[in-house]
Design a protein around this ligand. Structure first.
Ligand code: PLP
Length: 239
């Protein structure tokens, strides 16, 4: 007997529908803010979601997926090895996990320490291109948030830029949960200003701003996000 579909359950057609909705909303926000939608990459955050759901989104055209937890991500990456997925590690980095992150992912979004930067560079397999990296910046100053303080960002950026197996691409941030729209704009705008400052003062060429989740993607797009990390709006609420 077929299982009845619960309200809110994520069926393949719901995933396809939600993915299309998110793409359309991103395009609308981009045009409203006079940006070209092709300059904003959608990263589908698939934490807690099974490999089958990632496959459904892939078949609907989604290519980049974000995972937070290495133990959860590795079996999914293995199971989906037949697909040319671009894997983004968006979670907090732990020292004992850097080897697998360096070997299995294309991007890391939340780099926040010199030690992790050195390890990732040393452990990036020689046959792979350099690991693409964003530094996480704690703009809001919340104690519970990962990331480096804005005034410490230049020092870490200078180090990462010298590491042979990393390619520093940009900055990432998250506003506190429940931030007002005005607060979201202030935080995302501050990240963009910091990126521009590093490029002007440190001679860096950071082209990426990883900012924007399901609840704050409009503000992020308007403030210059080049990558948005969207989970709930595509796959539905997590358990
Ligand atoms: C979970 C998560 C997201 C996605 O959040 P949603 O609100 O589900 O879109 C984005 N970035 C990071 C770092 C996350 O942990």
């Amino acid at each position: 007997m077929q299982q009845p579909v619960q309200p809110g359950e994520t069926t393949p057609s719901r995933i396809r529908e939600r993915l299309t909705q998110v793409q359309e909303r991103l395009s609308t926000f981009a045009r409203t803010c006079e940006r070209d939608p092709v300059d904003i990459q959608l990263i589908a955050v698939s934490k807690t979601r099974p490999a089958e759901e990632i496959r459904v989104a892939f078949e609907a055209g989604q290519r980049a997926f974000g995972e937070n937890y290495l133990q959860e991500a590795l079996p999914k990456i293995r199971e989906l090895a037949d697909l040319p997925i671009e894997w983004h590690f968006i979670g907090r980095i732990q020292s004992n996990k850097t080897r697998d992150i360096a070997a299995r992912f294309h991007w890391v979004h939340a780099l926040a320490s010199a030690k992790h930067a050195r390890r990732l560079s040393e452990q990036r397999p020689g046959e792979l291109p350099p690991l693409q990296v964003c530094i996480q910046v704690n703009i809001s100053g919340e104690a519970s948030k990962g990331g480096v303080a804005p005034e410490e960002t230049a020092e870490l950026a200078r180090l990462v830029a010298t590491l042979p197996r990393l390619r520093l691409r940009g900055l990432m941030t998250m506003p506190p949960a429940g931030s007002s729209e005005a607060e979201q704009h202030r935080i995302f705008g501050a990240l963009r200003t910091l990126r521009d400052q590093l490029n002007a003062e440190e001679g860096l060429e950071l082209d990426s701003l990883s900012m924007g989740m399901s609840g704050d993607m409009e503000a992020a797009v308007c403030e210059g996000a080049t990558m948005v990390r969207i989970g709930t709006a595509i796959f539905g609420p997590r358990q």
